[in-house]
Ligand binder design. Structure first.
Ligand code: GRF
Length: 192
C-alpha cells in the first residue's frame, strides 16, 4: 500500500507540480489528492492535467467543522504537505495527523514568518530589513502560522540589486530543488 499524500495549496501550484513530478513513478509514495481553498487557483489546473483528484474546501467547515477529515480518510491520506496554503491548520487536522503535516516557508524561520507573511510580503520584508541572505524552511505544522519544529533549511544570497521578484525566483528554485526530496526523506523515516 503506498503512502498517500494530500497537497494543500492556494496558489499557482509550482511546488505541487514539482512534488507530483518527483513521485510520478514512485511505487511507495503517491500524490493522492490536491486540496484547495481558491476555485481560481492554478493548482487546480495542475490537478486536472495530472489526473490527481482535487477537493475544493470552504472556510467555515474547514476551520469550525470537521476539517474535511471524512474526505481525507476516504482518500486514504497518510501525510499532508502544505505548499502555499494560506489558511491556518485547525486543531482537528493536527490531532488527526501528528507529525504528519509539513509546510514550506519562503524565508529562514523563525525570522520573517507568521500571519500575513507569505509570497512577496516575505521577500519585501527581507529586502527592507537589509538581510544579506534568505532561503527556505521546511517544518512540521502546529496550530500557529510557520511555527512547528524546523526540519530543513537552505539559503541563498540576497544581492544588493535583488528585488522582491528576483529574490522570489531564487527562493522558488530552492523550494523546487529541496521540498520533494525532503518530503520523501520525512516519509521514509515515518515508515520504519
Ligand atoms: C511558495 O513560495 C511557498 O514557499 C509558500 O507559498 C508559495 C507557493 O508557491 N508557502 P506555489 O503555489 O507552489 O507556486
Amino acid at each position: 500500500m503506498p503512502v498517500n499524500i494530500a497537497i494543500f495549496a492556494s496558489g499557482a501550484g509550482s511546488n505541487a507540480q514539482k512534488i507530483i513530478d518527483h513521485f510520478r513513478d514512485n511505487e511507495k509514495i503517491k500524490v493522492a489528492l490536491i486540496v484547495c481553498n481558491n476555485p481560481l487557483a492554478g493548482v487546480l489546473q495542475i490537478a486536472e492535467r495530472e489526473k490527481v483528484p482535487s477537493l475544493l474546501i470552504e472556510r467555515q467547515r474547514f476551520v469550525k467543522g470537521d476539517a474535511y477529515l471524512p474526505e481525507l480518510k476516504a482518500a486514504g491520506i497518510d501525510f499532508i504537505v502544505l505548499a502555499g496554503f494560506l489558511w491556518k491548520i485547525p486543531t482537528a487536522l493536527i490531532d488527526a495527523y501528528p507529525q504528519q503535516i509539513v509546510n514550506i516557508h519562503p524565508a529562514l524561520l523563525p525570522k520573517f514568518g507568521g500571519k500575513g507573511m507569505y509570497g512577496q510580503n516575505v521577500h519585501e520584508a527581507v529586502i527592507a530589513a537589509g538581510e544579506k541572505e534568505s532561503g527556505i524552511t521546511i517544518h512540521y505544522v502546529d496550530g500557529h502560522y510557520d511555527n512547528g519544529d524546523i526540519i530543513f533549511q537552505a539559503k541563498c544570497e540576497v544581492a544588493d540589486d535583488d528585488t522582491p521578484h528576483s529574490l522570489a525566483q531564487k527562493i522558488h528554485l530552492l523550494e523546487h530543488q529541496h521540498f520533494p526530496v525532503a518530503i520523501e526523506e520525512i516519509i521514509g523515516k515515518l515508515k520504519c
